[in-house]
Design a protein. Sequence first.
Length: 389
Amino acid sequence: MNYSLLWKPRKLLAAVRGRLDQRKSMNQAIRASKQRFGNDQNYRPDLVPVWFAPRPGIAQDDSVILKRIIAAYKMAKIDQRNAGEAFNVSNEWLPIYERDLGPVMKALLTEDIGELQRMYQNFFRDPCSTGLVGLPINMPKAFFGGTIKEIYRQYILCDILHRSDLWKKRTRNAFSAEVLASPIVGNPYGYIMDGVFVRAGGDYQHYYSHAIGQLLKSSDRQVVVELGGGFGGLAYYLIRDNPGVTYVDFDLPEAVALASYYLMKTLPNLQISLYGETNFPEEALLASGIVMMPSFEIMKTPSKSAAVSFNSYSLAEMSPSTIRVYIDQIARITSAHFLHINHNRNAVLSADKFGIEDHGFTLISREPAGWSLAINPNSDEYEYLYKAN
């Protein structure tokens, strides 16, 4: 028998079942959200197309900052080759690099400023940001391909209303929606709260920047390290609201390049140091501002030089051996608090087993993060706060 003839139908059947399961979970989330928010004045599925409409921002020539980013990126890629397995692409990031990041990597390496500017000015909707922004469904097809279907409007509304409500509770209603506003960079989508456009992820990133700011109040040292800073969303709020802080982002060169662009555009008057532009760590950590470094530079960071270290999800996406390398380094460089959000079930290594306590830290709190509960009731995302002994 030619078993290859059976493969395609089986594969097709599995895909159909996957879509049916997804549709079932979406309908369950919508029903639960209607029960919870149905009488809320913000329950407006009809407004979702407006929230996802293009917001290209003001057209500008970014060649000056892109040349800096390209120079830092190319130097980082050369040095990354000999940095070891922990500081190269692996595990869950491998398919993203192979499938989505080829064009932006090519533009960076060939110094194609025009193409890089096109992608970065649209990064919220371009594959160059895969893994750093987005929703747990097919974004281009569901939200950018024309008319947004009613089921997707209601589904995204489940997530938006839950997250905005959680942000208010977490911050104890201390802020108005205006604090979530940010410059329009990268053609973002999001939602409108009390007349304020909030880009996707803004609620989550603002809350954790606020939490870090609270932790800094008990420390004389005002250095914050983020392991895996994404596109720079948390860094924007943190620096905007805590102007004396030195923020250091350690990440893969491709993510650092995008975050550097976002932060240079949103904080144009701030001192931002890229790889190769400053003597790291001697000079870079002495002044307030932003320091963008490839992840292998964490090995050079002085012991106990950071008051607070922060990680959001990326540790759980790594292999156990790589996690151990980063935990060793975070414990070494952190003098006061380590705050992180990671998976404790759906991961190669549960966040409960990172072994942070073995490095002289005490667990202060462990609680469900809760941000994705509206669309994933079985979420295993937990928030952990540790204090150095």
